[in-house]
Design a protein around this ligand. Sequence first.
Ligand SMILES: Nc1ncnc2c1ncn2[C@@H]1O[C@H](COP(=O)(O)OP(=O)(O)OP(=O)(O)O)[C@@H](O)[C@H]1O
Ligand SMILES: [Mg+2]
Length: 356
Amino acid sequence: MYFSLEVKKRREDFYNMEEELETLKREILDPKTRMIVIKGVRRTGKSSLMRVALNELKTPHIFIDLRLSGPLTPEAIYEYFSMELSKFLEDGLLRRMLSRVRGVEISGLKLEFTEKRMDVLGRILDELGKWAEGRQVVMALDEAQELRILRGFDKILAHIYDYVGGIKIMLAGSEIGLLDKLLGISNPKAPLFGRPFSEINLKKLNWEKAVEFLKMGFEQVNIKVSEDEIQNAVSKLDGIIGWLTFYGHLRAKGDPYALEKAVENGSKMVAEEFNQFLSVRQIARKRYIEVVKTLIKPSTWSEVKRSLRGFANVNDKQVSNYLKELTYYGFVEKRDDLYSISDPLLIEAIRRGYIR
Ligand SMILES: Nc1ncnc2c1ncn2[C@@H]1O[C@H](COP(=O)(O)OP(=O)(O)OP(=O)(O)O)[C@@H](O)[C@H]1O
Ligand SMILES: [Mg+2]
């Protein structure tokens, strides 16, 4: 069913993002590809795409989603790795290989890090890679930019890339600038610098596809929804599949105010994410808000600069920096010379005064 809210794992629940899915599967199978990177604005279906591809190919994998529900701490990440690695313990050979590594303990079907250290994690992955040599295990790291809290993890990634052929790296993230930083794009000092990877950019659905997605979803649950309502929903939610799914889900439950509720709740969610971004930028907070208000209408750098006239001493470098940060975190997109807000519900959140 298209309108279930969880990350999709099965092809039949997954609206055909054919091209992306085929590309991803091809890259997973291609032994020459060492690393795959999936980028896209929030809620465009990155996690679902990865899950469905791995599932379809039945590729052995560990899958770490770093957007944990709880607070993200190094301990929580080690716990996650231990859970995912434990899935492999039924294999006697691997079990013996892993149990030789100092700093972990294996009992029953559980592997535990008794020493939560980067070198221990690195050695465990080395062993996993040796075991997988000739086949391939995929290490999927979802919201990989969050790994920056594990100091030195980028070195491990580079090591795996270069020496551990049995593990293929797959990264996904919505905070594109931060992901690029992890990848060492344009930073020769970064461990992963210069390593080629194949990139998949997950885009929003175009108008026709968004409409088709809703129609097919409603058909699956046997609900008639007028053409007007569907067009209206797409005009409000754009082609962001997460929002369309959310609306469809509410509507399928029979809620006549589904669209308004999806917009209302969705924009509150986005406002929270944006406020989080602002909370660590207290000094420039008001300026950021002014910038996004301006960008309700796509604008050039100069227009943004002009909109900040009311603030004392804003120099060009700062203007560029604000725009860079907003783009880095995926709130803003740049196309040609125009900056714009990537999620219509962020615009809605601003209009509704949820961001102040
Ligand atoms: N191809 C698809 N078909 C049906 N539903 C989908 C599809 N892709 C995503 N969804 C739905 O959209 C929502 C967001 O999907 P998902 O979590 O995979 O996206 P994401 O890009 O990883 O989001 P985030 O940036 O929040 O991590 C979920 O409710 C999911 O069920
Ligand atoms: Mg995701």
